[in-house]
Write a new protein. Structure first.
Length: 332
Protein backbone atom coordinates (compact mmCIF):
# COMPACT_ATOMS: atom_id res chain seq x y z
CA UNK A 1 0.00 0.00 0.00
CA UNK A 2 1.32 3.43 -0.95
CA UNK A 3 1.15 5.99 1.84
CA UNK A 4 2.48 9.34 3.04
CA UNK A 5 3.51 10.27 6.59
CA UNK A 6 3.23 14.03 7.03
CA UNK A 7 5.39 15.65 9.70
CA UNK A 8 3.99 18.02 12.30
CA UNK A 9 5.24 20.65 13.05
CA UNK A 10 6.35 21.84 9.64
CA UNK A 11 6.36 25.06 7.62
CA UNK A 12 6.27 28.61 8.94
CA UNK A 13 7.98 29.25 12.27
CA UNK A 14 7.11 32.20 14.52
CA UNK A 15 9.95 34.34 13.16
CA UNK A 16 8.82 33.84 9.57
CA UNK A 17 5.18 34.58 10.43
CA UNK A 18 6.29 37.80 12.11
CA UNK A 19 8.56 38.91 9.24
CA UNK A 20 5.99 38.29 6.50
CA UNK A 21 3.30 39.99 8.57
CA UNK A 22 5.55 43.02 9.02
CA UNK A 23 6.02 43.44 5.26
CA UNK A 24 2.29 43.07 4.64
CA UNK A 25 1.45 45.56 7.40
CA UNK A 26 4.03 48.02 6.02
CA UNK A 27 2.39 47.79 2.59
CA UNK A 28 -1.04 48.43 4.10
CA UNK A 29 0.16 51.44 6.11
CA UNK A 30 2.60 53.08 3.72
CA UNK A 31 1.40 51.75 0.39
CA UNK A 32 3.73 50.39 -2.27
CA UNK A 33 6.53 50.40 -2.93
CA UNK A 34 7.98 49.06 0.30
CA UNK A 35 11.61 48.04 -0.15
CA UNK A 36 12.94 44.85 1.44
CA UNK A 37 16.67 44.31 1.86
CA UNK A 38 17.38 40.74 0.68
CA UNK A 39 14.65 38.10 0.64
CA UNK A 40 12.46 38.61 3.71
CA UNK A 41 12.69 34.83 4.21
CA UNK A 42 14.30 32.24 1.97
CA UNK A 43 11.32 31.05 -0.04
CA UNK A 44 10.61 31.91 -3.65
CA UNK A 45 6.83 31.56 -3.30
CA UNK A 46 6.70 34.01 -0.38
CA UNK A 47 8.88 36.52 -2.24
CA UNK A 48 6.75 36.36 -5.41
CA UNK A 49 3.56 36.78 -3.37
CA UNK A 50 4.88 39.90 -1.64
CA UNK A 51 6.19 41.31 -4.92
CA UNK A 52 2.67 41.01 -6.32
CA UNK A 53 1.46 43.19 -3.43
CA UNK A 54 4.06 45.90 -4.06
CA UNK A 55 7.19 44.84 -2.19
CA UNK A 56 10.48 45.54 -3.97
CA UNK A 57 13.36 43.26 -3.04
CA UNK A 58 16.88 44.69 -3.28
CA UNK A 59 20.33 43.31 -2.54
CA UNK A 60 21.61 46.28 -0.55
CA UNK A 61 20.25 49.32 1.22
CA UNK A 62 22.12 51.44 -1.35
CA UNK A 63 19.42 50.51 -3.88
CA UNK A 64 16.66 52.01 -1.74
CA UNK A 65 15.76 55.63 -2.61
CA UNK A 66 16.65 58.01 0.25
CA UNK A 67 13.82 58.47 2.71
CA UNK A 68 11.94 55.35 1.58
CA UNK A 69 10.56 52.54 3.74
CA UNK A 70 13.05 49.68 4.02
CA UNK A 71 12.43 46.36 5.77
CA UNK A 72 15.39 44.36 7.07
CA UNK A 73 14.92 40.64 6.52
CA UNK A 74 14.42 38.00 9.21
CA UNK A 75 18.07 36.96 8.89
CA UNK A 76 19.39 40.17 10.46
CA UNK A 77 21.95 42.76 9.36
CA UNK A 78 25.27 44.10 10.56
CA UNK A 79 25.76 47.43 12.38
CA UNK A 80 27.36 48.77 9.20
CA UNK A 81 24.11 48.21 7.30
CA UNK A 82 22.15 49.96 10.04
CA UNK A 83 24.52 52.93 9.96
CA UNK A 84 24.31 53.15 6.19
CA UNK A 85 20.50 53.05 6.33
CA UNK A 86 20.57 55.92 8.84
CA UNK A 87 22.89 57.90 6.59
CA UNK A 88 20.42 57.48 3.74
CA UNK A 89 17.53 58.54 6.03
CA UNK A 90 15.67 55.30 5.37
CA UNK A 91 12.49 54.61 7.29
CA UNK A 92 13.59 51.23 8.65
CA UNK A 93 11.34 48.41 9.79
CA UNK A 94 13.47 45.71 11.40
CA UNK A 95 12.01 42.23 10.86
CA UNK A 96 15.04 40.40 12.28
CA UNK A 97 13.93 37.20 14.00
CA UNK A 98 14.17 37.67 17.79
CA UNK A 99 16.22 34.48 18.03
CA UNK A 100 18.77 35.89 15.57
CA UNK A 101 18.82 39.11 17.58
CA UNK A 102 19.79 37.08 20.65
CA UNK A 103 22.76 35.65 18.75
CA UNK A 104 23.84 39.22 17.88
CA UNK A 105 23.58 40.17 21.56
CA UNK A 106 25.78 37.22 22.52
CA UNK A 107 28.30 38.22 19.84
CA UNK A 108 28.55 41.77 21.18
CA UNK A 109 28.90 40.53 24.74
CA UNK A 110 31.72 38.03 24.18
CA UNK A 111 33.75 40.31 21.92
CA UNK A 112 33.47 43.13 24.48
CA UNK A 113 35.09 40.65 26.87
CA UNK A 114 38.15 40.57 24.56
CA UNK A 115 37.41 37.09 23.28
CA UNK A 116 37.73 35.92 19.69
CA UNK A 117 34.33 34.82 18.44
CA UNK A 118 34.29 31.52 16.57
CA UNK A 119 31.05 31.66 14.61
CA UNK A 120 29.87 28.24 13.46
CA UNK A 121 27.99 28.70 10.23
CA UNK A 122 28.12 29.14 6.48
CA UNK A 123 30.20 32.17 5.53
CA UNK A 124 27.98 33.17 2.62
CA UNK A 125 24.69 32.99 4.54
CA UNK A 126 23.02 36.33 5.30
CA UNK A 127 22.57 35.50 8.97
CA UNK A 128 26.27 34.72 9.39
CA UNK A 129 27.23 37.89 7.53
CA UNK A 130 25.08 39.97 9.89
CA UNK A 131 26.37 38.34 13.07
CA UNK A 132 30.00 38.56 11.95
CA UNK A 133 29.43 42.25 11.28
CA UNK A 134 28.95 42.89 15.01
CA UNK A 135 32.72 42.50 15.48
CA UNK A 136 34.34 41.66 12.13
CA UNK A 137 37.93 42.01 13.39
CA UNK A 138 37.34 39.60 16.28
CA UNK A 139 35.17 37.01 14.50
CA UNK A 140 36.23 33.90 12.61
CA UNK A 141 33.67 31.79 10.75
CA UNK A 142 34.09 28.02 11.19
CA UNK A 143 32.23 25.76 8.76
CA UNK A 144 33.62 22.29 9.54
CA UNK A 145 35.29 20.39 12.38
CA UNK A 146 38.36 19.95 10.17
CA UNK A 147 38.87 23.71 10.08
CA UNK A 148 39.29 23.90 13.85
CA UNK A 149 42.84 22.47 13.82
CA UNK A 150 43.88 24.99 11.15
CA UNK A 151 42.66 28.12 12.97
CA UNK A 152 45.60 30.57 13.31
CA UNK A 153 45.14 30.94 17.07
CA UNK A 154 47.10 29.77 20.09
CA UNK A 155 45.38 27.01 22.03
CA UNK A 156 45.12 29.25 25.12
CA UNK A 157 43.50 32.13 23.22
CA UNK A 158 40.33 33.34 25.01
CA UNK A 159 37.61 32.32 22.57
CA UNK A 160 33.83 31.93 22.47
CA UNK A 161 31.56 30.16 20.03
CA UNK A 162 28.09 30.76 18.63
CA UNK A 163 26.13 28.95 15.93
CA UNK A 164 24.02 30.05 13.00
CA UNK A 165 20.43 29.40 14.05
CA UNK A 166 19.43 27.26 11.05
CA UNK A 167 22.13 24.58 11.22
CA UNK A 168 21.72 20.91 12.01
CA UNK A 169 22.32 19.91 15.62
CA UNK A 170 24.43 16.96 14.53
CA UNK A 171 26.77 18.96 12.30
CA UNK A 172 27.38 21.63 14.95
CA UNK A 173 27.99 19.05 17.71
CA UNK A 174 31.12 17.77 15.99
CA UNK A 175 32.51 21.28 15.55
CA UNK A 176 31.81 22.20 19.18
CA UNK A 177 33.57 19.03 20.37
CA UNK A 178 36.61 19.90 18.23
CA UNK A 179 36.68 23.41 19.73
CA UNK A 180 36.47 22.04 23.28
CA UNK A 181 39.29 19.60 22.57
CA UNK A 182 41.60 22.32 21.26
CA UNK A 183 40.99 25.53 23.22
CA UNK A 184 41.65 25.77 26.94
CA UNK A 185 39.71 29.02 27.47
CA UNK A 186 36.45 28.47 25.58
CA UNK A 187 32.98 29.71 26.51
CA UNK A 188 29.70 28.94 24.79
CA UNK A 189 26.27 30.54 24.79
CA UNK A 190 24.06 30.18 27.84
CA UNK A 191 21.63 28.14 25.75
CA UNK A 192 21.50 26.42 22.40
CA UNK A 193 21.49 29.02 19.62
CA UNK A 194 20.03 26.69 17.00
CA UNK A 195 16.44 27.78 16.39
CA UNK A 196 13.76 25.77 18.20
CA UNK A 197 11.86 25.40 14.91
CA UNK A 198 14.92 24.05 13.11
CA UNK A 199 15.42 21.53 15.93
CA UNK A 200 11.78 20.46 15.83
CA UNK A 201 11.75 20.00 12.06
CA UNK A 202 15.00 18.05 12.14
CA UNK A 203 13.63 15.78 14.88
CA UNK A 204 10.52 15.21 12.79
CA UNK A 205 12.61 14.29 9.75
CA UNK A 206 14.63 11.81 11.82
CA UNK A 207 11.39 10.11 12.80
CA UNK A 208 10.21 10.05 9.18
CA UNK A 209 13.52 8.59 8.02
CA UNK A 210 13.12 5.66 10.42
CA UNK A 211 9.73 4.75 8.94
CA UNK A 212 9.89 5.75 5.28
CA UNK A 213 11.57 4.66 2.06
CA UNK A 214 11.88 8.27 0.91
CA UNK A 215 11.73 11.70 2.57
CA UNK A 216 10.70 14.81 0.64
CA UNK A 217 11.36 18.24 2.16
CA UNK A 218 9.54 21.21 0.67
CA UNK A 219 11.82 24.23 0.64
CA UNK A 220 13.81 26.62 -1.54
CA UNK A 221 17.36 25.85 -2.59
CA UNK A 222 18.71 28.85 -0.68
CA UNK A 223 16.94 27.85 2.55
CA UNK A 224 19.57 26.67 5.01
CA UNK A 225 17.13 25.04 7.41
CA UNK A 226 15.42 23.12 4.58
CA UNK A 227 18.73 21.87 3.23
CA UNK A 228 19.75 20.72 6.70
CA UNK A 229 16.53 18.70 6.95
CA UNK A 230 17.46 16.83 3.77
CA UNK A 231 20.94 16.21 5.20
CA UNK A 232 19.45 14.84 8.44
CA UNK A 233 17.31 12.32 6.56
CA UNK A 234 20.22 11.18 4.41
CA UNK A 235 22.49 10.83 7.42
CA UNK A 236 19.86 8.53 8.91
CA UNK A 237 20.26 6.31 5.85
CA UNK A 238 17.08 7.25 3.97
CA UNK A 239 16.87 8.70 0.47
CA UNK A 240 15.79 12.34 0.63
CA UNK A 241 15.26 15.22 -1.77
CA UNK A 242 14.50 18.93 -1.62
CA UNK A 243 11.33 19.92 -3.48
CA UNK A 244 11.04 23.69 -4.06
CA UNK A 245 7.63 23.07 -5.67
CA UNK A 246 5.83 20.31 -7.57
CA UNK A 247 7.64 21.08 -10.82
CA UNK A 248 10.76 19.66 -9.15
CA UNK A 249 9.14 16.34 -8.18
CA UNK A 250 10.90 13.55 -10.08
CA UNK A 251 8.78 10.46 -10.61
CA UNK A 252 11.90 8.31 -10.75
CA UNK A 253 12.42 8.99 -7.03
CA UNK A 254 9.27 6.98 -6.32
CA UNK A 255 10.33 3.74 -8.01
CA UNK A 256 10.06 0.91 -5.49
CA UNK A 257 8.83 3.29 -2.78
CA UNK A 258 5.79 2.44 -0.66
CA UNK A 259 6.05 5.02 2.16
CA UNK A 260 7.02 8.66 1.69
CA UNK A 261 7.74 11.09 4.51
CA UNK A 262 6.88 14.74 3.83
CA UNK A 263 7.91 17.83 5.77
CA UNK A 264 8.76 21.45 4.99
CA UNK A 265 11.26 24.07 6.05
CA UNK A 266 10.53 26.92 8.43
CA UNK A 267 9.96 29.46 5.65
CA UNK A 268 7.57 27.35 3.53
CA UNK A 269 3.88 28.26 3.14
CA UNK A 270 1.45 25.37 3.62
CA UNK A 271 0.07 25.77 0.09
CA UNK A 272 3.28 24.26 -1.32
CA UNK A 273 2.91 21.21 0.94
CA UNK A 274 -0.72 20.81 -0.12
CA UNK A 275 0.27 20.94 -3.78
CA UNK A 276 2.92 18.25 -3.21
CA UNK A 277 0.42 16.00 -1.43
CA UNK A 278 -1.99 16.44 -4.34
CA UNK A 279 0.75 15.53 -6.81
CA UNK A 280 1.70 12.45 -4.79
CA UNK A 281 -1.97 11.49 -4.60
CA UNK A 282 -2.18 11.57 -8.40
CA UNK A 283 0.74 9.11 -8.39
CA UNK A 284 -1.07 6.70 -6.08
CA UNK A 285 0.05 7.96 -2.65
CA UNK A 286 -3.41 8.86 -1.36
CA UNK A 287 -3.24 7.50 2.20
CA UNK A 288 -1.91 10.39 4.34
CA UNK A 289 -1.32 10.19 8.09
CA UNK A 290 0.09 12.95 10.31
CA UNK A 291 2.84 12.31 12.83
CA UNK A 292 3.32 14.98 15.50
CA UNK A 293 6.69 14.92 17.25
CA UNK A 294 6.36 18.22 19.14
CA UNK A 295 3.97 21.09 19.75
CA UNK A 296 4.82 24.70 18.85
CA UNK A 297 2.92 27.56 20.47
CA UNK A 298 5.59 30.24 20.14
CA UNK A 299 4.47 33.69 19.04
CA UNK A 300 6.54 36.79 18.26
CA UNK A 301 4.59 40.04 18.22
CA UNK A 302 5.12 42.75 15.62
CA UNK A 303 6.17 46.25 16.74
CA UNK A 304 3.31 48.18 18.30
CA UNK A 305 3.19 50.87 15.62
CA UNK A 306 2.71 48.30 12.87
CA UNK A 307 0.16 46.38 14.92
CA UNK A 308 -1.84 49.58 15.42
CA UNK A 309 -1.58 50.58 11.76
CA UNK A 310 0.48 53.71 12.40
CA UNK A 311 3.27 55.02 10.22
CA UNK A 312 6.65 54.62 11.87
CA UNK A 313 7.70 58.22 11.38
CA UNK A 314 11.13 57.28 12.72
CA UNK A 315 14.53 57.01 11.12
CA UNK A 316 17.09 54.49 12.29
CA UNK A 317 19.78 56.47 14.08
CA UNK A 318 21.81 53.60 15.49
CA UNK A 319 20.76 50.20 16.65
CA UNK A 320 17.12 49.48 15.87
CA UNK A 321 14.67 48.92 18.66
CA UNK A 322 15.00 45.45 20.11
CA UNK A 323 12.69 42.94 18.41
CA UNK A 324 9.88 41.48 20.44
CA UNK A 325 10.79 38.71 22.83
CA UNK A 326 9.00 35.40 22.51
CA UNK A 327 5.78 35.21 24.48
CA UNK A 328 6.13 31.44 24.96
CA UNK A 329 9.17 29.24 24.47
CA UNK A 330 7.89 26.27 26.49
CA UNK A 331 7.12 23.95 23.60
CA UNK A 332 10.25 23.00 21.74
Amino acid sequence: MKKVILAEPRGFCAGVVRAVDMVERALEIHGPPVYVRKQIVHNHHVVRSLEAKGAVFVDTEEEVPPGSVCVFSAHGVSPAVRSNAARRALDVIDATCPLVSRVHQHARRVTRDERVLLLIGHADHEETEGTRGEAPRRTVVVETAEEVARLPLADDTPVAYLTQTTLSMDETAGIVEALKARFTDLVGPRGDTICYASQNRQNGVKSLAAQCDLVLVVGSRNSSNSLRMVDVARQAGTAAHLVPDTTHLDGAWLDGVSTIGVSSGASVPEVLVTELLDALGDLGFRDVTVERTSVEDVHFSVPQQLAEGRRTGQRLTGAAASPAEPTDRSAT
